[in-house]
Design a binder for this molecule. Structure first.
Ligand code: ZN
Length: 280
């Protein structure tokens, strides 16, 4: 496969969150010629939504996604309402930034619960509650399936097939505004991955997150690898995405307490660019 278009690289700011504020990450992308950025809401709030939108637009960057909405399940109705309110605000923030989607990390089990089926129902109901508003705002909701090791505490949607079943349930006529974020870290192992990417198709493939799976993985959350350092066949997965019609950005998202968060962030961005060309 020929190397990817360098212009499709996007920086998910989780990759430099220990070194850089959002303002610094925006400036870093501009300095390194990276055309896409995906901010996290905590850093967005620190910077202020209007200043961030202004800086991002001023540098001609595309917001490939806002991270993140979701976290719908809660132990009681008040908690579920609060989650829905927060997601409605996240939609508005994504709109202010002109984001291509709002990424949903849907949430796991409520405190004290062992009812994962119930948690999944709460996720379905939560997305249903915000979908009219997100559609009106023109912000597609991208359900991100997370690796099953996060089912209890982060996301009880764990395969792309399951995420697409949810899309089918909430949007049976495929009217749009709802789809998936494909993060290779979470789904690379899935024997159904190719088939499910094909099933999603262009309309529901809203984001593509890249990094690598290290062997061994030393931390369940914060030991993601740089592209090329692990076992994920990135060119193959990119070819499936492209074959299915995805023409969007390739967003580097690396949580790395032990390695990349300790490096000079300018060097991290240089490495992202080089590895994107060599290994994606
Ligand atoms: Zn991701």
């Amino acid at each position: 496969m020929s190397p990817p278009d360098a212009g499709l690289l996007s920086l998910n700011t989780a990759t430099t969150r220990k070194q850089w504020s959002l303002a610094q990450a925006v400036a870093g992308c501009a300095r390194h010629g990276i055309r896409g950025i995906a901010p996290w809401r905590d850093q967005l709030h620190e910077m202020g939504i209007q200043p961030a939108a202004h800086a991002i637009r001023g540098n001609g960057l595309t917001v490939t996604g806002l991270c993140r909405g979701g976290m719908f399940p809660a132990a009681d109705a008040a908690g579920r309402e609060a989650a829905i309110d927060d997601n409605l605000r996240a939609v508005d923030e994504a709109h202010a930034l002109g984001a291509r989607c709002l990424v949903l990390v849907v949430g796991g089990l409520p405190e004290g619960s062992k009812d994962i089926a119930g948690a999944r129902e709460q996720v379905r109901d939560g997305i249903a509650a915000i979908l009219p508003h997100s559609r009106q705002a023109g912000i597609p909701l991208a359900i991100e399936a997370l690796h099953p090791m996060y089912a209890a505490d982060r996301a009880c949607i764990n395969t792309l097939g399951q995420a697409l079943d949810l899309c089918d349930a909430l949007d049976p006529r495929n009217e749009g505004g709802l789809g998936v974020a494909v993060d290779v870290y979470h789904v690379w192992w899935d024997p159904q991955l190719e088939r499910q990417i094909e099933r999603a198709g262009k309309a529901r493939l809203l984001a593509f997150h890249i990094c690598d799976w290290l062997v061994p993985t030393r931390d369940l959350l914060n030991d993601r690898g740089m592209m090329g350092d692990g076992v994920i066949d990135l060119p193959r997965i990119r070819s499936w995405m492209q074959h299915a019609g995805y023409a969007g950005f390739h967003e580097v998202e690396i949580f790395s307490e032990l390695d990349w968060w300790r490096r000079d962030p300018d060097q991290v961005l240089e490495t992202c660019k080089e590895r994107h060309q060599r290994f994606c």
